[in-house]
Design a protein around this ligand. Structure first.
Ligand code: ASP
Length: 343
């Protein structure tokens, strides 16, 4: 059985090649993909390409770009078996996490990838990333069911659940990693799918729905020894601010001093959501482990468990954009919605 895949190019390094005449980097024309990579014809997939305009460096991505991308996938959902999104690496984990929350009833693969070296440069990592992402997006079992029906991110031999990833290196070709959830697939000579780690939808025939509202009234406060009450109060009193991701130390620990606890307590009493995420890459928040975490729990700070900062921010933006009932927001923070954390 052949699969049909839609490749969506949004921008980023992967889409560049060297102009042989001038030696400068110029955009690569993905619509001519078979001419550039004739070997793609050997994969059992039919490819079509759409380029989002304008093509952007992912550092310029804003929530409205997530909506445009999700709408394009929704519009084409019935026509294709899977989707490959080519995206700049800088904010790829944010976009991919956001899409994971936006999609309701997703039962087809949406594989994000990109590259550290432009695709048209000889030593590129983009060619392998692209070809393997296509193969994964088209992979299905004997009954024709997709092998990875969720939002994933493929980079340098590993397929990850997208909302578990973080860009860990500006230099290494293995730029992404998932510290708290095993890879969905490891790629060597063969692609070894980790079937037990991959989400299986309850149904495969539901229409794809998308949530299109994001609240931008969210910010991040990263703790450091030397943070002052003035800075903390300044941020917490920003007009209209609804939620704060508190990047704490270790297993979710923070100063126990009144100057720190009181402003947070007052903000929570005013209705602010405060979500505790650790600054550590691996492991998660356990607020009942130390006195320094317990104080936060007692004043009503929510645990973010082992969520990435990218998942935490986009989940809050999604929840606050679509839900207004504080009790439901609290409930949705305590439950993984798309496998974004493990308790
Ligand atoms: N600045 C680029 C981007 O994120 C980097 C990349 O694609 O790797 O769009």
């Amino acid at each position: 059985m052949r699969s049909s895949i839609l490749i969506i190019y949004t921008g980023g390094t992967i889409g560049m090649k060297t102009d042989p005449d001038t030696g400068t980097l110029v955009p690569f024309d993905f619509s001519a993909i078979y001419e550039e990579f004739p070997s793609l014809k050997r994969l059992k997939v039919d490819l079509e390409v759409q380029t989002l305009t304008p093509v952007i460096d992912s550092s310029n991505v804003q929530p409205h770009n997530w909506v445009t991308l999700a709408e394009l996938i929704q519009k084409n959902y019935d026509r294709y078996d899977g989707f490959v999104v080519l995206h700049g690496t800088d904010t790829m984990s944010y976009t991919a996490s956001a899409l994971s929350f936006m999609f309701e009833n997703l039962a087809k693969p949406v594989v994000f990838t990109g590259s550290q070296i432009p695709i048209g440069v000889l030593r590129t990592d983009g060619r392998e990333n692209l070809i393997t992402a296509i193969e994964i997006a088209g992979a299905h079992d004997v009954e024709g069911r997709p092998l990875v029906p969720e939002v994933s991110l493929y980079f340098q031999n590993h397929l990850f659940r997208a909302n578990r990833t973080t860009k860990r290196s500006a230099e290494a070709l293995s730029a992404f990693y998932s510290y708290n959830y095993p890879p969905l697939a490891d790629v060597g000579v063969n692609i070894a799918y980790n079937r037990s780690a991959i989400h299986q939808p309850a149904r495969y025939d539901e229409p794809l729905r998308i949530a299109t509202r994001f609240s931008e009234r969210v910010c991040i406060i990263k703790l450091f020894p030397g943070l002052t009450e003035q800075t903390l109060r300044g941020i917490l009193s920003i007009q209209g601010l609804k939620a704060v991701v508190l990047e704490t130390y270790g297993a979710g620990n923070a100063p126990t001093a009144d100057w720190f606890i009181r402003p947070l307590e007052e903000a929570i009493a005013r209705g602010m959501v405060v979500l505790n995420i650790t600054q550590c890459k691996g492991g998660g928040v356990a607020m009942d482990l130390y006195e320094t975490g317990l104080r936060l729990q007692q004043i009503g700070v929510e645990s973010g468990y082992d969520m990435t900062i990218e998942a935490a921010v986009t989940k809050l933006m999604y929840l606050l954009g679509n839900e207004h009932e504080p009790a439901l927001i609290k409930k949705a923070l305590e439950e993984p919605l798309r496998g974004e954390f493990t308790r």
